[in-house]
Design a protein around this ligand. Structure first.
Ligand SMILES: [Zn+2]
Length: 116
């Protein structure tokens, strides 16, 4: 896969992850503060909650999706993004565009569904 295309997937997945975690302007605000500084205002503390804390409050479905998004991002970093984890073949670009978190090519996906 070309670097440019990979970068596009990375941007898309990062945005999806941020959205699922409920990040946004709030995070930018939280990151502006110095780390370790005393925070007497509980609202300030709340904005510094870890991703883990947010993750725990999410609905099950969203939590699973975030994990898939993070795995996909890890695969981009590892250079294995777009490779079928079952047969090792390339996943079609159209399939990846429709579902960037997929780990199986269409043939292996069909096979897996038939087994179920
Ligand atoms: Zn496959």
């Amino acid at each position: 896969m070309r670097k440019q295309e990979l970068a596009r997937f990375r941007t898309r997945l990062s945005a999806q992850r941020a959205e699922l975690l409920g990040h946004g302007a709030e995070t930018v605000h939280a990151m502006a503060g110095a780390p370790g500084e005393d925070l007497p205002d509980p609202n300030d503390r709340a904005t510094r909650e870890t991703d883990q804390g947010r993750l725990l409050r999410l609905r099950d479905r969203d939590r699973k999706l975030i994990l898939k998004v993070e795995e996909a991002l890890a695969r981009i970093e590892a250079g294995t993004f777009g490779k079928c984890e079952s047969c090792g073949g390339a996943i079609s670009p159209a399939r990846l565009r429709a579902r960037p978190v997929t780990t199986l090519c269409i043939d292996c996906k069909r096979e897996a569904e038939q087994k179920e």
